[in-house]
Design a protein around this ligand. Structure first.
Ligand SMILES: Nc1ncnc2c1ncn2[C@@H]1O[C@H](COP(=O)(O)OP(=O)(O)OP(=O)(O)O)[C@@H](O)[C@H]1O
Ligand SMILES: [Mg+2]
Length: 354
């Protein structure tokens, strides 16, 4: 195969990264169709008509830095910057470029490759988040393991001491309180252990609708729930889910309690279940009319010990444990929420027809 000028030209025209050539003043001289498309322009001609590269920098400082560096160093690799698209929107890109010099070494222009950076950034962020969750899960489980034994001792000694006291004794009441609080600690610790453990608990065919109803029965008379309107839209003839019953109960309970706590006893909780045969996918929605979740917090709510609740009210474990459970069941949890709007937790599980 012979490499002609035409081949070089085609290479430029058809490259799947943005390629450009600009003169010393930053006037665009050439850009390929892919590059024009990346910035939202219909054709290279339309982008060239913009004239100067100047207008394409979203932040003017980027341009100053870039020029300074490229003139000093001659070559810049993977320079991260934000460009402005035709519609005015931003796009993060990474630019590798070099200065073009004439015979006397004077800079007469620039040429370079611009890569779309968004996808990579998004993946990096996701990965970081998952790694962090996994590391925290491990740490939490180790911690829980350490706490579990002394906690068992506290419970046992409280029980022994209680047995020696007559009923109604003032000390007995205090001991009972110790017992109750330690039992709550143990439940938290158990959850943490489950959360960090890699293996799966015992499985059976679980009727998820029934699980939801059972858990609702458990809490409906709780003071938190009495004023809440609950709408059940449970799908008929749903398949069962192959899973651990008490784990799934725990997830349902966490979702309901979170919703009720968020609404502070005022509003509507809608629980919906359904099944998609095509995707053999089971879905559960928990939607509440509470205050919603800020964008910042959305990234953190699955972390162990992240809570916005008052000390003593929330330990910040409900969602991280639920997340671990659903993940072990091969499912996923998604959230749709914004401050001031409804919050929906969507839990999906792989299911099979009965
Ligand atoms: N339905 C919801 N609406 C608004 N915010 C929510 C909702 N569910 C969870 N959150 C937010 O996520 C945080 C973490 O929830 P998570 O269940 O993990 O912990 P918690 O409820 O604070 O404590 P715990 O469940 O351990 O008692 C909550 O503190 C709250 O800020
Ligand atoms: Mg909770």
């Amino acid at each position: 195969m012979e490499i002609s000028d035409k081949s070089y030209r085609r290479f430029f025209e058809e490259a799947r990264e943005m390629l450009f050539i600009a003169d010393r003043e930053g006037r665009l001289l050439a850009v390929n169709p892919y590059g024009a498309g990346l910035l939202g322009y219909a054709s290279p001609q339309e982008l060239l008509a913009v004239g100067s590269i100047h207008q394409l920098y979203y932040y003017p400082q980027d341009e100053k830095d870039f020029r300074k560096r490229i003139e000093q160093e001659g070559l810049i690799r993977n320079y991260e910057l934000t460009l402005r698209k035709k519609d005015g929107g931003k796009i993060s890109v990474s630019l590798t470029g070099n200065a073009i010099r004439d015979g006397s070494g004077e800079v007469v222009g620039y040429e370079g490759i611009v890569r779309d950076f968004r996808e990579r950034k998004r993946l990096e962020k996701q990965l970081l988040h998952l790694e962090r969750l996994a590391a925290m899960g491990k740490l939490s489980a180790e911690l829980a393991h350490e706490i579990n034994n002394p906690l068992g001792g506290i419970l046992m000694y409280a029980k022994l001491a209680l047995e020696d006291l007559p009923e109604g004794d003032a000390q007995a009441q205090r001991l009972e309180k110790i017992s109750r609080l330690a039992t709550r600690c143990r439940m938290i610790v158990r959850g943490l252990l489950d959360f960090g453990r890699g293996d799966t608990a015992e499985r059976e065919w679980v009727d998820v609708n029934q699980t939801i109803l059972d858990m609702f029965d458990l809490i409906r008379d709780h003071i938190l729930f009495r004023p809440v309107r609950v709408e059940m839209k449970l799908g008929g003839n749903l398949p069962r889910v192959w899973g651990n019953r008490s784990n799934l109960e725990q997830v349902a309970l966490n979702m309901m309690i979170n919703a009720a706590e968020a609404m502070e006893g005022q509003g509507t909780l809608t629980i919906e279940t359904g099944y998609s045969k095509e995707e053999s996918n089971f879905s559960m929605y928990f939607k509440d009319t509470g205050p919603g979740i800020s964008k910042e917090n959305l990234n953190k709510i699955f972390e162990p010990f992240f809570t916005t609740k008052k000390r003593g009210k929330g330990t910040g474990l409900g969602l991280s444990i639920s997340h671990g459970i659903i993940q072990k069941h091969g499912g996923s949890i998604q959230i749709k929420s914004r401050p001031g709007e409804d919050t929906t937790f969507l839990i999906q599980l792989p299911g099979r027809k009965r």
